[in-house]
Design a protein. Sequence first.
Lengths: 293, 237
Amino acid sequence: MLEQQLLNALTLGSVYALFALGFTLVFGVLAVINLSHGAVFMVGSYVALALVTQLDAPLWAAMLGAALASGGLGLLVDVLILKPLRVRNAPHLIPMIATIGVAIMVTSSSQGLFGAEIRRFPEETLPAADFMVGAVHVRVLEIAIVAIAFLLMAVLFITLKRTQLGRALRAIAESPKAAYLMGINVEGLFHVTSFVAAALGGIAGVLIGLDFNAITPQMGQPILHKGIAVIILGGMGDIRGALIGGLFLGFAEVISKAYLSSQMGDAVAFGLLFLILLVRPSGLFGRVLERKA
Amino acid sequence: MSVILRVHDLAVSYGHIEAVKGLTFHLDSGEITALVGANGAGKSTTLLALSGLLKPGRGRIEFEGEDITHLPPHQRVARGLVQVAEGRAILTTLTVAENLQLGAYTRTDKARISASLEEVYHLFPRLKDRAGQFAGNLSGGEQQMLAIGRALMAKPRLLLLDEPSMGLAPLMVQEIFRTLVQINQGGLSVMLVEQNVKQALKIARHGYVIETGHIVLTDSGDNLLRNPKVLEAYLGT
């Protein structure tokens, strides 16, 4: 029934939003479409799985470890690949292609390391509690997923809106040159942004891994496509857009799977997206982005 | 008189094209110095190299006695070398107040920042009226005020201005230049880069004339205003 599906949609949508948030943050600040974000997401869920199964770590610690590992990977990509391209003033397409390369390398290495089969968190490590609200069966796990995703999004939103760091990031997003002239360490904040965005992606990976309890080396690919769709729908570089777009995609996917066709959920969701973009080509919160030199 | 900035043999290229071809000049502490010349003479390129946004091919930049030639841009701002860029590079998607707060980004004396903000509002009361508005909604003159006010928030020791008169109505140009004199009288050293040669030399103690990447004339502002070559080339008389 509908209420149950709405809960599923909220859970899925908030993870999409969290994933898209890091993606859109990197685009907004670095002006790069970082296509390794899906691979970073996948690494997050494997790291959490390893911490839980190998070290008997509690879930919160596994999530923290995943955030650090994914964040570190994101930082590494920025330092080793994106920075040299920035220094050489490479055209926008080049970093995007380079990050596809990263995604392929990371994905195939994971396949070599962990095998291609589906891995799962042991049942006893997941919070099993659940309860009924009316006719809706609510898992504590779902509540936790939604709460974590929204908490992280709120922290990021307030940081960007209210703090000097946030103002500096918005300054870079509008004009790196102006930011330099105001004494902002632009390179340093590129690194910080890459770390934070990847860490958020890694946490999203853990949350998806927990929600479906299925982890594979290929899991980064479909969510990458969805992430691209979400940030285009929301408006490139816009935080609110990532939230609304992520929730929209989650709802469209779950509802169309439940009521139209279980096989064609993605087709319907992406079809809807396409229709929206026909009406609003710059996305829901998009403005025509113009970058000063 | 002490020297706040000393530049020796500065050369800057864009690819294979050398835009600035070995400039040597200095700025006296506490004075307004003008660097004037036609469009494309290398004025903005010089300023961008002073701020560290362009890397010089050769030469040396000394600020308050220390070699800053290889210092990254943000560390130059932290030392008090602050530029108001051409085209009033204000942040249009941030509010007026946010622009000013960001101006103080490198400051470590956090307690004094609100006092500086009051000083800027005192200098430009219109900015206070518009504190909550997006900077993109300001008029051209107000944007230039904001750009200067934001630079002052960094507590500069030397203020570099790139074409502050550009695109402004004559009355507004007068007002901006009056404010620059006022700021300078408070003890701040100012380097003014201008195509508006007459206005710039009027308020400058000392001036340099730059042509195709070379300094071709240097004298006091008053003398340059009377110099036949300057009159002929830039003032149309």
